[in-house]
Structures are given as structure tokens and as C-alpha cells.
Ligand binder design. Sequence first.
Ligand SMILES: [Mg+2]
Length: 209
Amino acid sequence: MTAVAVNRDTTVDWMRRFAQEMAEHRQELVELDTAIGDGDHGTNMDRGMRKAMEKLAESAPGDPGAVLKTVAMALVSSVGGAAGPLYGTLLLQMGNALANRDEVDVVTFAAAWRRGLDGVVARGKAQPGDKTMVDALTPAVHALEQAHDLDGGLVEAAQAAEQGMYATTPLVARRGRASYLGERSAGHQDPGATSSYYLLRSAVAALAD
Ligand SMILES: [Mg+2]
């Protein structure tokens, strides 16, 4: 496989595909969040990514970092609850790491993901095993850091995110609204880990061949 570079156009395509995933899986995310939260995750993410795509079309940012920062700001300003600030932080920190970069290699991209994940952890105070998006993102970032090329690394990162997503099902939530349910939160897949898997899957579709 040959690598598709992370550049301005492929980053826009990544975000476009993520917006599409959020629209297609809106109901699934609503149902997952209804089981252990307040049921708004699918609606929020779909609305936020629609707004983000409008902002991208209006402002036409010139590099991958600026693309991600534009999406981050749109999510922060249009998505309530925890998801807006957390996805906003993830993409803002990634955008900062990629500021003024043109073609991004796997090492730089992995470092950007690490910075994004660190931002999410600092903001949400969740650790792996708390039944949150961190459970999908942590193994994904680790896989990307071990990778030698972008294609293979992204595929492995998405697989790791998927496994991390499934692994949230038996967990008892320790952060977020689901933690109010205590033991009753076990037996349900975490909605934030699920949307995070879709973010990685969109990256494979846009940035890997
Ligand atoms: Mg919610």
C-alpha cells in the first residue's frame, strides 16, 4: 500500500467522512447514550459536525492544523454536554501540533494524536478503564506510535480503537453521566468510545489507501 499523505485536502476529507459517520450512526449513538446517559450524543455529534463542515466551507483553512482547529471551534461552540469540549480539545490540540505543516508523516501524526489524547485526559480526568472515549483513543494512539508507515499505522489504530470500544461494554463507568448509574452502567457499550472509533475509521478511509 502507498501512503496518502496527511495534508490539507485529505484532512478535510477525513472530517467530511467523520461528519458522514456521525449522520449515519446518529441513531445508534443516541441509543447507546440513552442506555447509560442522557441520549444526546448522536444528535449532538451530528449537529456539531454539520456545523463544522459549514465552517470549513466558509473559511477554507490552508493546512491540516488549521482544518482541525476550525472543526474544534465549531464543536465547542455548537455541542453541549461533555462531547463538545472533549472532541474540541482533542482536535484543537491535534491542530496545534500540526500548525503550518504541509505534508505530515506518521511520526508527526502520532505525536499530534498523543497531544490530543493528553488534552482529553487533562480535560475529562478519565483514565483507561473508566468507560469513556479514552478507552478507544488510548490503544489507537499507542498503535500509531508503534507504526512505521501511515497506512499500516492507521489501520492498526482503528482496529485497536474498535477493540477498545467493545471492551467498554463490561466496564462500570467511573467518569461522566454514566458513572451516576454505578454497577448498572455495566453491560452497555460506551457512546463516546463508539464515536471515537468512527473518528479513527474515518481517518483510515481518508488518509490510508
Ligand atoms: Mg449525553
